[in-house]
Design a protein around this ligand. Structure first.
Ligand SMILES: *Cc1c(COP(=O)(O)O)cnc(C)c1O
Length: 385
């Protein structure tokens, strides 16, 4: 199991010779970095002291009573910055420094990856330029402000729909022309090889810790693991450590309006061949989700491979179901999770309704403070109905 997933992750789609050079250079640097004991040790110190790892595996006993199962939460909401994104950002920025590159670029949608990279660059004394769609710069003004406070330079992208897809294109274009002195810190397990492998490697810390913690707490592996899927980095991070344990079900929870694994078809986007949401004439479809982090029309090729091997199950979660689970987690446990993470909670709720009494892990990818405006708007709208 997982062979096709690995093959798809390493698949090379059509590339320009310049991009090819940039990616080969990156792969070489990455392989040296992860086999250098000094660098590995430095990174693990940063993860501990700067990012706050390891994160807790917390048994949610009240929610477990309500949903009728033994529920453990992997608390990535406790990572510095409030989400799993820093695990990857601090690691890629350490890699940039190791490769002797002092200028970092990044793309960002809602701004969460931009903020994580800005924190990492400030800490490691690297300069940062962030490409963000103009519409996202405006509607995510607090994250734009955070990035600036950490010293990053924000570049609004005005092409096309002025959102994440265009921001990735702009960052790639810039990188291809400037890769010799710029490092592209990519935010999820997407894009051309080796990015999906690099990001998955750096996020696997979530799964490695969870596996050790659940064995300490229960002496058994869980029957299922739930994670939300945007590009798929938190999901791949936790699933990676359990993929060979065939008794453990892996369940990816997508936004119903951006469910590329459930409803997409094979295609090529951003240098990867994977499931993509497409219209009937094979254009990239417009997506919708209440959570900005899941609002992406494609998914990492590794997860697409697992899905094709039937190793991965998926659930499509509606905005209403997401809000309901966010509320239930808040009132039962005193934890306000991100809208993205609430999709995983909602997926677990549906699963336990049919499989009561099982032990499961939910990857709680982030905290919900960033989403208060969205939650309040959603509630006002529902009351008007
Ligand atoms: C960005 C984000 C996601 C989605 O990204 P993945 O790469 O799919 O993990 C999920 N949860 C939170 C809290 C995020 O910030």
């Amino acid at each position: 199991m997982g062979d096709l997933a690995l093959e798809m992750e390493k698949n090379i789609t059509y590339l320009t010779p310049l991009l090819d050079n940039a990616l080969k250079n990156l792969e070489k640097g990455f392989n040296q970095f992860i086999s250098d004991p000094t660098e590995v040790k430095k990174l693990s110190c940063l993860l501990k002291d700067f990012a706050g790892r390891e994160t807790a595996l917390h048994e949610a006993k009240n929610l477990g009573k309500l949903y009728k199962g033994k529920i453990f939460l992997k608390r990535e909401d406790l990572v510095h910055g409030g989400a799993h994104k820093l695990n990857n950002a601090i690691a890629q920025c350490s890699l940039a420094k190791f490769m002797g590159i002092k200028n970092v670029i990044a793309e960002t949608g809602a701004g969460q990856h931009g903020v994580a990279t800005a924190m990492a660059c400030a800490n490691l004394k690297l300069s940062l330029q962030v490409f963000q769609g103009e519409i996202d710069v405006q509607r995510q003004y607090l994250n734009a402000l955070r990035m600036k406070l950490f010293g990053a330079h924000l570049i609004p992208v005005t092409d096309g729909s002025k959102k994440l897809k265009e921001a990735v294109n702009a960052a790639m274009r810039f990188w291809v022309a400037n890769y010799q002195d710029h490092f592209y810190c990519l935010g999820s397990i997407v894009g051309p090889h080796p990015y999906p492998s690099i990001v998955r490697h750096f996020q696997k810390v979530i799964g490695n810790e969870s596996r050790k913690q659940i064995l300490e707490k229960t002496s058994f592996l869980p029957s299922a693991i739930f994670a939300c899927i945007g590009g798929g980095s938190n999901a791949a991070g936790i699933f990676s450590a359990f993929v060979s344990d065939e008794s453990v079900k892996l369940v990816g929870c997508e936004a119903a309006g951006a469910a590329s694994l459930s409803h997409g078809a094979m295609g090529v986007l951003h240098g990867m061949e994977t499931f993509i949401l497409q219209t009937s004439n094979r254009q990239i479809a417009e997506t919708h989700s209440i959570s900005a982090g899941l609002d992406y029309p494609a998914v990492g090729p590794w997860l697409a491979g697992l899905k094709q091997e039937n190793r991965l199950q998926t659930q499509a979660i509606l905005d209403e179901e997401c809000i309901q689970s966010l509320n239930e987690l808040a009132t039962e446990e005193g934890i306000l999770c991100a809208l993205e993470s609430a999709h995983a909670v909602a997926g677990a709720k549906k699963y336990l309704a049919n499989n009561p009494g099982e032990t499961i892990i939910i990857c709680l990818s982030g905290r919900g403070d960033k989403d208060l405006d969205t939650i309040s708007n959603f509630k006002n709208k529902s009351e008007l109905k």
